[in-house]
Design a protein around this ligand. Structure first.
Ligand code: HEM
Length: 490
């Protein structure tokens, strides 16, 4: 043990009163074996569940070793909030993430960078996601929603089961391509080889390589490594295509340099300034980042929401009644109508509390610091477990119930709303909080309104008839959801 007096870290996360500090080695944790550490005890697609179980066993701060890499795992929401707020100086994305990102041939963007480069990119990205910009884009979102409705009408008429996540990813890819790149991507009306099949290979590979103990792909390229390379090539071709289309529009209309209409045009305008510090690779990196960060996060949250509503019929009935009352007379809602869907929005928040698609946020300490009562040397990887407190009865009343009311300050759970808002951080927190959260909520309300306005849900099923299993592929997805719809009779 060490005393606070002889440790002099930058104590942004230190408790106020002097306490005895522990070193990393003092921490409890699962028994590690030589060479592999704890890696053999972790089944990567379920890693979050293993970490959550260890958190219950060893407490809110414990150690895990992946090969020679030491991880500090943190499961207490106040410590997590402090870590996430102590950015960009105290913590940031890990060297390992950046190494794997580059090794896979991906150009860096706002998600993967740190320091000055991140600051410049973050400013640029934020401006294109402000509510005013999203409002301008709204008619295009209505168009994408109309296509989702058409796709589901066909499936309903044919009595076909819908592959829920695949359809929702079509919806989110088409939306982000329109909003961020000004591109007409229509995967909803296509059954061709679509870009999301390739996007879907990249994040899972990144995730497993970050935590791999032995970099087997460097020793021998397997069939899936070759498939991954192909997917990266295909996605980068699409990215370059979006950039070329935007450049052509900007050449045809010089005014777009002064008044860009989307994120991509804004980035190109910024990159074209002398001494901008932004080059073509950063532009491409952020196009790619938006596709990756905006696609399966929103689609999987929606899939979880539909699944949870199906498992809770009384809640589904309330959400349906709200949509049909607010959007009466429309088949695709207006922005004004979406802003009135308070109960549906509460369903989204409650879904993200129980099923956060980012159940763990890895960070790296940039300098020597203190987390709780633990001294953390610069360079340590810290895994923030985002769900432990938000599903614990010690923090949230009736924590395992799917009860959207708690977000509205209504009914018997009224007192629970402030704790749920404080504890669940599904979009992260602090300076790197998700910049797409406003858009994501809008997209989710739009998709739910389309579903509940135009259809009756007949069934939402899983392969084994049990509640959907959680699979961690960077984001946490439900396994194998199928939905059956009937057109609503008006
Ligand atoms: C339900 C949907 C979504 C969820 C749950 C979600 C969640 C997250 C989380 C947890 C982070 C990490 C935050 C942190 O480090 O504190 C993040 C970062 C990010 N998200 Fe989202 N996200 C969603 C949708 C979107 C959308 C639609 C976009 C854009 C199209 C987007 C773009 C980004 C970007 C660019 C970052 C990196 C920000 C930075 O590092 O500065 N996300 N998101």
């Amino acid at each position: 043990m060490h005393s606070a007096a002889n440790a002099a870290p930058s104590a942004t996360t230190a408790p106020a009163a002097p306490v005895t500090l522990r070193s990393y080695e003092d921490l409890p944790g699962p028994r590690a074996v030589a060479l592999f550490g704890n890696a053999l005890q972790i089944d990567m697609p379920q890693a979050h569940l293993q970490f959550e179980e260890w958190c219950r066993e060893y407490g809110a701060l414990f150690k895990v070793r992946m090969g020679s890499r030491k991880l500090l795992v943190v499961g207490e929401h106040e410590l997590i909030a402090k870590i996430l707020r102590d950015r960009p100086d105290g913590f940031g994305r890990s060297d390992r993430l950046q190494e794997m990102w580059h090794e896979m041939g991906l150009p860096g963007g706002v998600f993967s960078t740190n320091g000055e480069v991140w600051k410049r990119q973050r400013r640029m990205v934020l401006s294109s996601f402000d509510p005013a910009h999203v409002k301008n884009y709204f008619p295009a979102l209505q168009g994408v929603a109309q296509r989702l409705c058409g796709r589901w009408q066909k499936a309903a008429a044919a009595g076909q089961a819908i592959d829920l996540q695949a359809d929702l990813m079509r919806f989110t890819v088409d939306t982000i391509a329109g909003l961020a790149f000004g591109a007409e991507v229509n995967t909803l009306e296509s059954d061709q080889d679509v870009i999301q099949q390739h996007l879907d290979k990249i994040f899972p590979a990144l995730f497993s390589r970050i935590f791999a103990v032995i970099p087997v792909w460097r020793i021998r390229r397997s069939a899936s490594d070759k498939q991954l390379e192909k997917s990266v090539r295909e996605v980068m071709l699409a990215v370059d295509g979006f950039v070329a289309q935007a450049r052509a529009r900007m050449q045809a209309d010089a005014g777009l340099h002064q008044h860009p209409t989307n994120l991509l045009e804004a980035m190109i305008a910024a990159a074209d300034q002398p001494d901008s510090g932004i080059d073509d690779s950063q532009v491409a990196g952020n196009v790619l980042t938006m596709l990756l960060a905006g696609e399966d996060t929103t689609a999987n949250t929606l899939a979880w929401m539909i699944h949870l509503l199906w498992l809770n019929p009384a809640t589904l009935a309330l959400a349906t009644a709200e949509v049909r009352r607010v959007c009466v007379g429309s088949s695709v809602p207006t922005l004004e109508q979406l802003s009135q869907l308070d109960y549906v929005e509460a369903c989204a928040h409650e879904t993200m509390r129980l099923k956060p698609v980012a159940p763990q946020i890895p960070q790296q300490a940039h300098k020597d610091t203190v987390v709780g009562d633990v001294m953390v040397p610069a360079g340590t990887m810290v895994i923030c477990l985002m769900r432990t407190d938000s599903v614990s009865d010690a923090h949230i009343a009736q924590a395992d119930r799917f009860a959207p009311e708690r977000w509205l300050g209504q009914g018997e759970l009224a007192h629970s709303s402030s704790s749920a808002k404080r504890i669940a951080m599904p979009f992260g927190a602090g300076p790197r909080i998700c910049p797409g959260r406003y858009l994501a909520l809008l997209e989710m309300k739009m998709a739910m309104a389309i579903l509940l306005l135009n259809f009756e849900i007949q069934n939402v099923s899983t392969p084994d008839g049990q509640p959907a299993r959680e699979l961690l592929k960077f984001t946490m997805t439900p396994v194998g959801l199928k939905m059956q719809l009937a057109a609503r009779q008006l």
